[in-house]
Each structure stands twice: as structure tokens, then as C-alpha cells.
Write a new protein. Structure first.
Length: 196
């Protein structure tokens, strides 16, 4: 299956209550061969209208933060856990997350990123399967299968709570440092005889 085939298979999704209030499914956007993927919570008003994740104010902030980390939307893939806008931008319900989670996991499987940056609590908890708060794990990496999960604050949280702006920027600095470390060549290991 390709990303386009996956998108086509869910564009008319009616699996949960969110289908009745959406304009369209917001699947994802960016480089289908990206080594870095960003996963947010759910589409907002503008995303629902345009069909592209992170196009509102949070998207503008994300673009700025990507640039500061030496990245652009052309380098990454951006998606959400939930593919349809919840009414009044409310938090996704557990059954909605469970309904959409397989689609996100298929996106990850098809894209094969090395790092999945989760933006906010819902994305982090969905991929790590832990009910820990974002403030305890943000800016750290966790190996999951054949990729790392890198939890970060959500740009929308920083827009609504100004005191989270600097911690969000710190998350992106930590991401850049993490990515830089992944690029460094591994020095040769001196061979030793464990049985001698």
C-alpha cells in the first residue's frame, strides 16, 4: 500500500462521530520519504477547511521552529493522530483516538521515519502508550520499534500559554542536537576478546 492508497481508503471515513462535522479528512502533508515526522493532535478550523495539517497560527509557529532547527516542511512529514476536526476544537475522545490510531501507524510504517516528533500530550501518549504528562518527557528520545519518539510541546499550547514559548523553543533546540548526534559517524570500537 502507498500513502496515496491509504489516503484514498480513508477520505470518506465514517468510522466515528467526527465524520459528521468535518469538511474533509486531514491526512498529512510533506515528504513521503522523510526521516523526521511530526505528529499533532487533531485538525483545527483552518486545517479542516484546507485539508492540510498545521496551517493556522500553530502552523506558522511550527514553520518558524522548523527553520530554526535547519528544517522545512519539504524535509519532514506532518500528520495528526485524529484525521477529522473535533467539534469546537475539543480534546479527542479515547474511542476517536483508537479509531484513527491504525491510520497513523500505517502512515509511520509507509514513511519509515527515523524520528517521530510528537506534539503535545495526545500524540505522545498515543505513540508511547503511557499516561505520563508531556512536561516529564519532552525533549527526550524513546526508541520504539525501528524509530525514535521525541515528545515536544504543541505549538498551539505555546500560543495560548506564553510561558510555554521558551520551553517549546528549547524542545526544538534539543531536537536539533539529537538530530546532529544521529548524523555523527560512530567511531570504530576497539575489539576485545571477551573469552580470553
Amino acid at each position: 500500500m502507498t500513502l496515496q492508497e491509504l489516503h484514498d481508503s480513508i477520505k470518506d471515513c465514517q468510522r466515528c462521530r467526527l465524520a459528521s462535522g468535518r469538511t474533509q479528512v486531514v491526512f498529512g502533508t510533506g515528504n513521503p520519504h522523510a526521516k523526521i515526522m511530526f505528529v499533532g493532535e487533531a485538525p483545527g478550523f483552518y486545517e479542516d477547511k484546507q485539508g492540510i495539517p498545521f496551517v493556522g497560527a500553530a502552523g506558522k509557529l511550527l514553520d518558524e521552529l522548523l527553520e530554526g532547527a535547519g528544517l522545512s516542511r519539504n524535509d519532514v512529514y506532518i500528520a495528526n493522530v485524529i484525521k477529522c476536526r473535533p467539534p469546537d476544537n475539543r480534546d479527542p475522545m479515547a474511542d476517536e483516538v483508537e479509531t484513527c490510531k491504525p491510520f497513523l501507524l500505517q502512515q509511520i510504517e509507509l514513511i519509515k521515519p527515523k524520528v517521530v516528533c510528537t506534539l503535545g500530550n495526545f500524540a505522545m501518549q498515543t505513540l508511547l502508550g503511557k499516561k505520563v504528562g508531556i512536561m516529564k518527557v519532552r525533549g527526550q528520545s524513546f526508541q520504539v520499534k525501528d524509530f525514535f519518539v521525541f515528545p515536544m510541546l504543541h505549538p498551539a499550547a505555546a500560543l495560548h500559554q506564553g510561558n510555554l514559548n521558551e520551553p517549546l523553543r528549547e524542545d526544538f533546540r534539543k531536537l536539533k542536537a539529537f538530530l546532529d548526534r544521529q548524523q555523527e559517524p560512530v567511531p570504530p570500537v576497539e575489539q576485545m576478546n571477551l573469552f580470553g
